[in-house]
Design a protein around this ligand. Sequence first.
Ligand SMILES: NC(=O)C1=CN([C@@H]2O[C@H](COP(=O)(O)OP(=O)(O)OC[C@H]3O[C@@H](n4cnc5c(N)ncnc54)[C@H](O)[C@@H]3O)[C@@H](O)[C@H]2O)C=CC1
Length: 433
Amino acid sequence: MEASQDLASGTWPAAAAHDTPVHRTPPPDIADAPDPDPRGGTQADPEGGAAPKAASPTAVLIRRTMAEIDPVADKVTSYFYALLFVRHPDLRALFPAAMDTQRDRLFKALLTAAEHVDDADTLGDYLSHLGRGHRKYGTRPEHYPAVGECLLGALARYAPDTWNPDTEAAWVQAYTAISQIMIDAAAVDEAVSPAWWHAEVVSHELRTPDIAVVTVRPDQPYPFLAGQYTTLETPWWPRVWRHYSFASAPRSDGLLSFHVKAVPAGWVSGALVHRARPGDVIRLGPPAGSMTVDHTTDNGLLCLGGGTGIAPIRALVEDVAEHGRRRLVDVFYGARSGSDLYDIDPLLTLARKHPWLSVRPVVATGPAGGQVNSISGQLPDAVRQYGPWRAYDAYLSGPAAMVRSGVDALVGAGMPSSRIRHDFIEELVMAGD
Ligand SMILES: NC(=O)C1=CN([C@@H]2O[C@H](COP(=O)(O)OP(=O)(O)OC[C@H]3O[C@@H](n4cnc5c(N)ncnc54)[C@H](O)[C@@H]3O)[C@@H](O)[C@H]2O)C=CC1
Protein backbone atom coordinates (compact mmCIF):
# COMPACT_ATOMS: atom_id res chain seq x y z
CA MET A 1 0.00 0.00 0.00
CA GLU A 2 1.41 3.37 -0.97
CA ALA A 3 1.09 6.76 0.70
CA SER A 4 -0.39 7.49 -2.51
CA GLN A 5 -1.80 10.22 -4.53
CA ASP A 6 -4.58 7.73 -4.98
CA LEU A 7 -5.61 7.59 -1.43
CA ALA A 8 -4.97 11.27 -1.51
CA SER A 9 -8.50 11.42 -2.61
CA GLY A 10 -9.22 11.34 1.05
CA THR A 11 -9.68 15.04 0.52
CA TRP A 12 -13.40 14.41 0.10
CA PRO A 13 -14.64 16.53 2.95
CA ALA A 14 -12.33 19.41 2.16
CA ALA A 15 -13.39 19.37 -1.46
CA ALA A 16 -16.95 19.51 -0.37
CA ALA A 17 -16.23 22.87 1.16
CA HIS A 18 -16.66 24.22 -2.33
CA ASP A 19 -20.33 24.77 -1.96
CA THR A 20 -21.31 25.30 -5.56
CA PRO A 21 -22.47 21.95 -6.87
CA VAL A 22 -20.84 21.43 -10.24
CA HIS A 23 -19.77 18.58 -12.40
CA ARG A 24 -16.44 18.13 -10.78
CA THR A 25 -14.00 15.76 -12.35
CA PRO A 26 -12.51 14.01 -9.36
CA PRO A 27 -8.80 13.50 -9.06
CA PRO A 28 -7.30 10.43 -10.63
CA ASP A 29 -8.28 8.22 -7.88
CA ILE A 30 -11.88 8.99 -7.46
CA ALA A 31 -12.61 9.65 -11.07
CA ASP A 32 -16.16 8.81 -11.93
CA ALA A 33 -17.14 8.40 -8.33
CA PRO A 34 -19.96 10.63 -7.20
CA ASP A 35 -19.23 12.90 -4.29
CA PRO A 36 -19.99 10.95 -1.15
CA ASP A 37 -20.28 13.98 1.04
CA PRO A 38 -23.80 15.31 1.28
CA ARG A 39 -22.39 18.80 1.79
CA GLY A 40 -20.74 18.74 -1.58
CA GLY A 41 -23.07 16.54 -3.56
CA THR A 42 -23.31 17.03 -7.27
CA GLN A 43 -26.92 15.93 -7.30
CA ALA A 44 -29.45 18.44 -6.12
CA ASP A 45 -32.52 17.02 -4.46
CA PRO A 46 -35.32 18.05 -6.80
CA GLU A 47 -37.91 17.84 -4.07
CA GLY A 48 -35.83 20.06 -1.85
CA GLY A 49 -35.25 17.76 1.07
CA ALA A 50 -35.84 14.08 1.67
CA ALA A 51 -35.01 13.28 5.27
CA PRO A 52 -31.42 12.09 5.62
CA LYS A 53 -31.04 8.37 6.29
CA ALA A 54 -30.19 7.52 9.87
CA ALA A 55 -26.56 6.51 10.33
CA SER A 56 -25.88 2.83 11.07
CA PRO A 57 -24.47 1.92 14.50
CA THR A 58 -21.11 1.27 12.83
CA ALA A 59 -21.09 4.71 11.26
CA VAL A 60 -22.05 6.35 14.55
CA LEU A 61 -19.13 4.69 16.34
CA ILE A 62 -16.72 5.62 13.57
CA ARG A 63 -17.81 9.23 13.62
CA ARG A 64 -17.28 9.38 17.38
CA THR A 65 -13.71 8.23 16.94
CA MET A 66 -13.23 10.75 14.16
CA ALA A 67 -14.51 13.58 16.35
CA GLU A 68 -12.13 12.59 19.12
CA ILE A 69 -9.02 12.44 16.95
CA ASP A 70 -9.83 15.58 14.98
CA PRO A 71 -7.91 18.02 17.24
CA VAL A 72 -4.81 15.78 17.19
CA ALA A 73 -4.98 14.66 13.57
CA ASP A 74 -1.28 15.39 12.89
CA LYS A 75 -0.16 13.29 15.82
CA VAL A 76 -2.39 10.40 14.80
CA THR A 77 -0.99 10.50 11.29
CA SER A 78 2.62 10.52 12.46
CA TYR A 79 1.96 7.70 14.85
CA PHE A 80 0.21 5.64 12.17
CA TYR A 81 3.19 5.86 9.81
CA ALA A 82 5.67 5.26 12.63
CA LEU A 83 3.79 2.09 13.56
CA LEU A 84 3.54 0.99 9.96
CA PHE A 85 7.23 1.41 9.19
CA VAL A 86 8.46 -0.02 12.48
CA ARG A 87 6.21 -3.06 12.41
CA HIS A 88 6.40 -3.60 8.66
CA PRO A 89 9.70 -2.19 7.40
CA ASP A 90 9.21 -3.95 4.08
CA LEU A 91 6.33 -1.55 3.34
CA ARG A 92 8.57 1.50 3.61
CA ALA A 93 9.88 0.85 0.11
CA LEU A 94 6.42 1.41 -1.35
CA PHE A 95 6.40 5.02 -0.17
CA PRO A 96 8.49 7.93 -1.45
CA ALA A 97 11.79 8.49 0.32
CA ALA A 98 10.61 11.89 1.53
CA MET A 99 6.96 11.74 2.37
CA ASP A 100 6.45 15.54 2.12
CA THR A 101 2.90 16.77 1.79
CA GLN A 102 1.66 13.39 0.60
CA ARG A 103 2.43 11.97 4.01
CA ASP A 104 -1.02 11.96 5.49
CA ARG A 105 -2.97 11.12 2.37
CA LEU A 106 -3.26 7.39 2.83
CA PHE A 107 -4.36 7.81 6.39
CA LYS A 108 -6.85 10.53 5.57
CA ALA A 109 -8.34 8.52 2.77
CA LEU A 110 -8.87 5.51 4.98
CA LEU A 111 -10.57 7.63 7.59
CA THR A 112 -12.73 9.33 5.01
CA ALA A 113 -13.76 6.06 3.45
CA ALA A 114 -14.63 4.65 6.85
CA GLU A 115 -16.70 7.71 7.60
CA HIS A 116 -18.81 6.97 4.53
CA VAL A 117 -19.27 3.33 5.39
CA ASP A 118 -23.05 3.61 5.02
CA ASP A 119 -22.86 4.84 1.45
CA ALA A 120 -22.10 1.52 -0.20
CA ASP A 121 -22.56 2.53 -3.83
CA THR A 122 -20.38 5.59 -3.69
CA LEU A 123 -17.82 3.90 -1.55
CA GLY A 124 -17.71 1.04 -4.02
CA ASP A 125 -16.87 3.33 -6.95
CA TYR A 126 -14.36 5.30 -4.97
CA LEU A 127 -12.55 2.35 -3.48
CA SER A 128 -12.53 0.36 -6.70
CA HIS A 129 -10.80 3.25 -8.33
CA LEU A 130 -8.33 3.48 -5.47
CA GLY A 131 -7.64 -0.22 -5.63
CA ARG A 132 -6.92 -0.07 -9.35
CA GLY A 133 -4.78 3.05 -8.93
CA HIS A 134 -2.72 1.32 -6.25
CA ARG A 135 -1.44 -1.29 -8.62
CA LYS A 136 1.27 1.05 -9.86
CA TYR A 137 2.71 1.31 -6.34
CA GLY A 138 3.18 -2.44 -6.09
CA THR A 139 0.43 -2.82 -3.53
CA ARG A 140 -0.38 -6.46 -2.83
CA PRO A 141 -3.38 -7.97 -1.02
CA GLU A 142 -1.16 -9.03 1.87
CA HIS A 143 -0.28 -5.38 2.59
CA TYR A 144 -3.81 -4.49 3.59
CA PRO A 145 -3.94 -6.30 6.96
CA ALA A 146 -0.71 -4.59 8.00
CA VAL A 147 -2.16 -1.19 7.25
CA GLY A 148 -5.42 -2.05 9.02
CA GLU A 149 -3.60 -3.17 12.13
CA CYS A 150 -1.64 0.11 12.32
CA LEU A 151 -4.74 2.16 11.60
CA LEU A 152 -6.47 0.58 14.57
CA GLY A 153 -3.34 0.98 16.69
CA ALA A 154 -3.20 4.71 16.00
CA LEU A 155 -6.90 5.22 16.63
CA ALA A 156 -6.87 3.25 19.87
CA ARG A 157 -4.03 5.38 21.18
CA TYR A 158 -5.45 8.77 20.25
CA ALA A 159 -9.17 8.15 20.86
CA PRO A 160 -9.03 6.67 24.38
CA ASP A 161 -12.39 8.12 25.44
CA THR A 162 -14.41 6.46 22.69
CA TRP A 163 -12.28 3.36 22.05
CA ASN A 164 -13.90 0.19 23.37
CA PRO A 165 -14.62 -3.29 21.96
CA ASP A 166 -17.69 -2.07 20.07
CA THR A 167 -15.78 0.79 18.48
CA GLU A 168 -12.95 -1.51 17.54
CA ALA A 169 -15.41 -3.95 15.99
CA ALA A 170 -16.94 -1.12 13.97
CA TRP A 171 -13.52 -0.11 12.60
CA VAL A 172 -12.61 -3.70 11.83
CA GLN A 173 -15.85 -4.11 9.92
CA ALA A 174 -15.35 -0.88 7.97
CA TYR A 175 -11.70 -1.54 7.17
CA THR A 176 -12.39 -5.10 6.08
CA ALA A 177 -15.03 -3.86 3.66
CA ILE A 178 -12.77 -1.07 2.39
CA SER A 179 -9.78 -3.27 1.77
CA GLN A 180 -11.79 -6.04 0.16
CA ILE A 181 -13.26 -3.70 -2.42
CA MET A 182 -9.80 -2.35 -3.24
CA ILE A 183 -8.25 -5.80 -3.48
CA ASP A 184 -11.04 -7.13 -5.69
CA ALA A 185 -10.92 -4.15 -8.03
CA ALA A 186 -7.15 -4.45 -8.41
CA ALA A 187 -7.47 -8.14 -9.22
CA VAL A 188 -10.09 -7.52 -11.92
CA ASP A 189 -8.01 -4.71 -13.41
CA GLU A 190 -4.89 -6.85 -13.50
CA ALA A 191 -6.47 -9.03 -16.15
CA VAL A 192 -7.09 -6.15 -18.55
CA SER A 193 -4.61 -3.35 -17.98
CA PRO A 194 -0.96 -2.82 -17.03
CA ALA A 195 -0.28 -1.44 -13.55
CA TRP A 196 1.81 1.30 -15.19
CA TRP A 197 3.34 2.21 -18.51
CA HIS A 198 6.94 3.09 -19.22
CA ALA A 199 7.23 6.03 -21.57
CA GLU A 200 10.33 7.41 -23.26
CA VAL A 201 10.77 11.14 -23.64
CA VAL A 202 10.94 11.77 -27.38
CA SER A 203 10.94 15.55 -27.33
CA HIS A 204 11.45 18.29 -24.80
CA GLU A 205 10.65 21.83 -25.84
CA LEU A 206 11.31 24.72 -23.51
CA ARG A 207 8.61 27.28 -24.29
CA THR A 208 9.50 29.77 -21.54
CA PRO A 209 12.33 29.66 -18.98
CA ASP A 210 10.10 27.54 -16.74
CA ILE A 211 7.55 25.84 -19.01
CA ALA A 212 8.33 22.78 -21.12
CA VAL A 213 6.23 20.69 -23.45
CA VAL A 214 7.32 17.13 -22.84
CA THR A 215 6.31 14.45 -25.34
CA VAL A 216 6.64 10.77 -24.54
CA ARG A 217 6.13 7.45 -26.28
CA PRO A 218 4.47 4.81 -24.07
CA ASP A 219 5.91 1.30 -24.33
CA GLN A 220 2.46 -0.12 -25.10
CA PRO A 221 -0.85 1.33 -26.29
CA TYR A 222 -2.20 3.91 -23.89
CA PRO A 223 -5.94 4.49 -24.36
CA PHE A 224 -7.31 7.75 -22.98
CA LEU A 225 -9.77 10.53 -23.80
CA ALA A 226 -9.11 14.19 -24.51
CA GLY A 227 -9.53 16.20 -21.30
CA GLN A 228 -8.25 13.41 -19.04
CA TYR A 229 -5.08 13.32 -16.99
CA THR A 230 -2.67 10.80 -15.60
CA THR A 231 -0.17 10.33 -12.82
CA LEU A 232 3.49 10.48 -13.69
CA GLU A 233 6.72 9.41 -11.95
CA THR A 234 10.20 10.55 -12.99
CA PRO A 235 13.40 8.54 -12.55
CA TRP A 236 14.78 11.28 -10.30
CA TRP A 237 12.05 11.10 -7.65
CA PRO A 238 11.09 7.45 -7.34
CA ARG A 239 7.59 6.76 -6.06
CA VAL A 240 6.67 10.44 -6.15
CA TRP A 241 3.71 10.67 -8.51
CA ARG A 242 2.18 13.87 -9.81
CA HIS A 243 -0.86 14.63 -11.92
CA TYR A 244 -0.63 16.04 -15.43
CA SER A 245 -3.32 16.54 -18.05
CA PHE A 246 -2.79 15.27 -21.57
CA ALA A 247 -2.11 18.23 -23.83
CA SER A 248 -3.51 16.71 -26.98
CA ALA A 249 -6.29 14.39 -28.07
CA PRO A 250 -5.20 10.79 -28.71
CA ARG A 251 -2.81 10.79 -31.66
CA SER A 252 -2.35 8.25 -34.41
CA ASP A 253 1.37 7.94 -33.53
CA GLY A 254 0.48 7.09 -29.92
CA LEU A 255 2.60 9.93 -28.48
CA LEU A 256 1.47 11.83 -25.38
CA SER A 257 2.32 15.43 -24.51
CA PHE A 258 2.31 17.29 -21.21
CA HIS A 259 2.76 20.97 -20.41
CA VAL A 260 4.91 21.28 -17.33
CA LYS A 261 5.70 24.43 -15.37
CA ALA A 262 8.60 24.24 -12.93
CA VAL A 263 7.20 25.60 -9.68
CA PRO A 264 9.40 26.71 -6.78
CA ALA A 265 10.49 23.67 -4.76
CA GLY A 266 8.63 21.44 -7.20
CA TRP A 267 10.56 18.20 -7.32
CA VAL A 268 8.83 16.55 -10.22
CA SER A 269 8.02 19.66 -12.23
CA GLY A 270 11.56 21.00 -11.78
CA ALA A 271 13.05 17.73 -12.99
CA LEU A 272 10.71 17.51 -15.97
CA VAL A 273 11.45 21.07 -17.08
CA HIS A 274 15.16 21.38 -16.32
CA ARG A 275 16.49 17.85 -16.36
CA ALA A 276 14.44 15.57 -18.61
CA ARG A 277 15.87 14.95 -22.05
CA PRO A 278 14.94 12.69 -24.98
CA GLY A 279 15.76 9.12 -24.07
CA ASP A 280 14.78 9.47 -20.41
CA VAL A 281 12.11 7.02 -19.32
CA ILE A 282 9.26 7.98 -17.01
CA ARG A 283 6.35 5.92 -15.70
CA LEU A 284 2.68 6.69 -16.24
CA GLY A 285 -0.30 5.53 -14.21
CA PRO A 286 -3.69 4.89 -15.83
CA PRO A 287 -5.69 7.75 -17.36
CA ALA A 288 -8.46 9.28 -15.29
CA GLY A 289 -10.92 12.12 -15.19
CA SER A 290 -14.21 12.92 -16.81
CA MET A 291 -13.63 16.45 -18.07
CA THR A 292 -14.26 15.04 -21.52
CA VAL A 293 -16.38 16.16 -24.45
CA ASP A 294 -19.96 14.95 -24.47
CA HIS A 295 -20.37 14.03 -28.12
CA THR A 296 -24.07 13.31 -27.70
CA THR A 297 -24.97 17.00 -27.56
CA ASP A 298 -24.52 19.96 -29.88
CA ASN A 299 -23.91 22.39 -27.05
CA GLY A 300 -21.04 24.77 -27.55
CA LEU A 301 -17.93 24.47 -25.40
CA LEU A 302 -16.90 27.43 -23.29
CA CYS A 303 -13.33 26.72 -22.26
CA LEU A 304 -11.36 28.61 -19.64
CA GLY A 305 -7.71 27.62 -19.50
CA GLY A 306 -5.35 29.45 -17.14
CA GLY A 307 -1.57 29.04 -17.46
CA THR A 308 -0.65 25.42 -18.09
CA GLY A 309 -4.33 24.66 -17.56
CA ILE A 310 -4.59 25.35 -21.27
CA ALA A 311 -3.19 21.85 -21.90
CA PRO A 312 -6.43 19.82 -21.57
CA ILE A 313 -8.31 22.63 -23.32
CA ARG A 314 -6.08 22.12 -26.37
CA ALA A 315 -6.94 18.43 -26.20
CA LEU A 316 -10.68 19.20 -26.09
CA VAL A 317 -10.42 21.52 -29.11
CA GLU A 318 -8.59 18.83 -31.08
CA ASP A 319 -11.20 16.30 -30.05
CA VAL A 320 -14.04 18.48 -31.35
CA ALA A 321 -12.11 19.08 -34.58
CA GLU A 322 -11.62 15.36 -35.10
CA HIS A 323 -15.28 14.60 -34.58
CA GLY A 324 -16.12 16.92 -37.44
CA ARG A 325 -19.26 18.33 -35.85
CA ARG A 326 -19.71 22.06 -36.17
CA ARG A 327 -20.00 22.95 -32.50
CA LEU A 328 -19.02 26.38 -31.29
CA VAL A 329 -15.92 26.35 -29.13
CA ASP A 330 -14.96 29.56 -27.31
CA VAL A 331 -11.58 29.43 -25.62
CA PHE A 332 -10.49 32.05 -23.10
CA TYR A 333 -6.78 31.56 -22.46
CA GLY A 334 -5.64 33.31 -19.30
CA ALA A 335 -2.08 34.27 -18.45
CA ARG A 336 -0.43 36.61 -16.01
CA SER A 337 1.40 38.48 -18.78
CA GLY A 338 1.64 38.42 -22.55
CA SER A 339 4.90 36.47 -22.42
CA ASP A 340 3.20 33.72 -20.42
CA LEU A 341 0.91 32.86 -23.36
CA TYR A 342 3.27 30.04 -24.28
CA ASP A 343 0.73 28.03 -26.26
CA ILE A 344 -1.13 30.78 -28.06
CA ASP A 345 0.31 30.20 -31.54
CA PRO A 346 -0.92 26.62 -32.02
CA LEU A 347 -4.34 27.66 -30.74
CA LEU A 348 -4.55 30.62 -33.10
CA THR A 349 -3.51 28.36 -35.96
CA LEU A 350 -6.40 26.05 -35.11
CA ALA A 351 -8.76 29.03 -34.88
CA ARG A 352 -7.75 30.21 -38.36
CA LYS A 353 -8.49 26.76 -39.70
CA HIS A 354 -11.82 26.18 -37.93
CA PRO A 355 -14.54 28.86 -38.16
CA TRP A 356 -16.37 27.35 -35.18
CA LEU A 357 -13.40 28.05 -32.88
CA SER A 358 -12.65 31.39 -31.23
CA VAL A 359 -9.57 31.93 -29.05
CA ARG A 360 -9.21 34.99 -26.82
CA PRO A 361 -6.08 35.62 -24.78
CA VAL A 362 -6.85 37.18 -21.39
CA VAL A 363 -3.84 38.87 -19.88
CA ALA A 364 -3.89 39.88 -16.23
CA THR A 365 -1.19 42.55 -16.31
CA GLY A 366 0.62 44.47 -19.01
CA PRO A 367 0.31 44.31 -22.78
CA ALA A 368 -0.82 41.15 -24.53
CA GLY A 369 2.25 41.00 -26.73
CA GLY A 370 0.49 42.19 -29.86
CA GLN A 371 -2.18 39.51 -29.74
CA VAL A 372 -5.32 40.39 -31.63
CA ASN A 373 -8.57 39.78 -29.83
CA SER A 374 -6.90 40.02 -26.44
CA ILE A 375 -8.61 41.08 -23.25
CA SER A 376 -7.08 42.66 -20.15
CA GLY A 377 -7.93 41.32 -16.71
CA GLN A 378 -8.81 38.02 -15.09
CA LEU A 379 -10.47 35.12 -16.87
CA PRO A 380 -13.72 35.10 -14.89
CA ASP A 381 -14.30 38.81 -15.55
CA ALA A 382 -13.59 38.34 -19.22
CA VAL A 383 -16.12 35.55 -19.50
CA ARG A 384 -18.76 37.71 -17.85
CA GLN A 385 -18.30 40.32 -20.58
CA TYR A 386 -19.16 37.85 -23.31
CA GLY A 387 -21.95 35.37 -23.74
CA PRO A 388 -24.72 34.62 -23.25
CA TRP A 389 -23.60 31.05 -22.61
CA ARG A 390 -27.04 29.45 -22.60
CA ALA A 391 -26.25 26.81 -25.21
CA TYR A 392 -22.80 26.01 -23.84
CA ASP A 393 -21.12 23.52 -21.55
CA ALA A 394 -18.22 24.99 -19.60
CA TYR A 395 -14.78 23.46 -19.05
CA LEU A 396 -12.37 25.05 -16.60
CA SER A 397 -8.75 24.16 -16.11
CA GLY A 398 -5.99 25.99 -14.30
CA PRO A 399 -5.02 27.21 -10.82
CA ALA A 400 -7.52 26.21 -8.15
CA ALA A 401 -8.37 29.82 -7.31
CA MET A 402 -9.07 30.56 -10.95
CA VAL A 403 -11.29 27.52 -11.29
CA ARG A 404 -13.20 28.52 -8.16
CA SER A 405 -13.79 32.08 -9.26
CA GLY A 406 -14.56 30.94 -12.80
CA VAL A 407 -17.26 28.60 -11.54
CA ASP A 408 -18.72 31.36 -9.40
CA ALA A 409 -18.77 33.72 -12.38
CA LEU A 410 -20.51 31.20 -14.61
CA VAL A 411 -23.08 30.21 -12.01
CA GLY A 412 -23.63 33.91 -11.33
CA ALA A 413 -24.20 34.43 -15.03
CA GLY A 414 -26.93 31.81 -14.96
CA MET A 415 -25.15 28.72 -16.25
CA PRO A 416 -26.62 25.58 -14.66
CA SER A 417 -23.97 24.00 -12.47
CA SER A 418 -24.60 20.62 -14.07
CA ARG A 419 -23.04 22.01 -17.25
CA ILE A 420 -19.79 23.10 -15.62
CA ARG A 421 -16.87 20.71 -15.61
CA HIS A 422 -13.47 20.88 -13.97
CA ASP A 423 -11.02 18.74 -12.09
CA PHE A 424 -11.13 18.34 -8.38
CA ILE A 425 -10.23 21.57 -6.58
CA GLU A 426 -8.27 20.00 -3.76
CA GLU A 427 -6.24 18.02 -6.21
CA LEU A 428 -5.46 21.13 -8.21
CA VAL A 429 -4.08 22.70 -5.08
CA MET A 430 -1.64 19.81 -4.85
CA ALA A 431 -0.98 19.39 -8.53
CA GLY A 432 2.05 20.25 -10.52
CA ASP A 433 4.70 20.47 -7.80
N1 LIG B 1 -6.85 19.97 -15.42
C1 LIG B 1 -6.53 21.08 -14.81
O1 LIG B 1 -7.34 21.75 -14.19
C2 LIG B 1 -5.15 21.57 -14.89
C3 LIG B 1 -4.71 22.44 -13.95
N2 LIG B 1 -3.44 22.89 -13.99
C4 LIG B 1 -3.04 23.78 -12.93
O2 LIG B 1 -3.01 25.07 -13.45
C5 LIG B 1 -2.07 25.83 -12.75
C6 LIG B 1 -1.29 26.60 -13.74
O3 LIG B 1 -0.37 27.40 -13.12
P1 LIG B 1 0.29 28.61 -13.83
O4 LIG B 1 0.60 28.26 -15.23
O5 LIG B 1 1.40 29.04 -12.93
O6 LIG B 1 -0.87 29.68 -13.84
P2 LIG B 1 -0.79 31.21 -13.41
O7 LIG B 1 -0.62 31.31 -11.97
O8 LIG B 1 0.21 31.85 -14.29
O9 LIG B 1 -2.27 31.70 -13.76
C7 LIG B 1 -2.91 31.37 -14.96
C8 LIG B 1 -4.17 32.20 -15.11
O10 LIG B 1 -5.01 32.07 -13.98
C9 LIG B 1 -5.35 33.35 -13.52
N3 LIG B 1 -5.51 33.34 -12.07
C10 LIG B 1 -4.60 32.98 -11.15
N4 LIG B 1 -5.12 33.13 -9.92
C11 LIG B 1 -6.38 33.58 -10.09
C12 LIG B 1 -7.44 33.92 -9.21
N5 LIG B 1 -7.27 33.85 -7.89
N6 LIG B 1 -8.61 34.33 -9.73
C13 LIG B 1 -8.78 34.43 -11.06
N7 LIG B 1 -7.83 34.12 -11.93
C14 LIG B 1 -6.64 33.71 -11.46
C15 LIG B 1 -4.18 34.22 -13.91
O11 LIG B 1 -4.55 35.59 -13.97
C16 LIG B 1 -3.91 33.68 -15.26
O12 LIG B 1 -4.85 34.18 -16.19
C17 LIG B 1 -1.27 24.89 -11.90
O13 LIG B 1 -1.69 25.03 -10.58
C18 LIG B 1 -1.65 23.53 -12.43
O14 LIG B 1 -1.65 22.57 -11.43
C19 LIG B 1 -2.60 22.58 -15.00
C20 LIG B 1 -3.01 21.71 -15.98
C21 LIG B 1 -4.30 21.10 -15.98
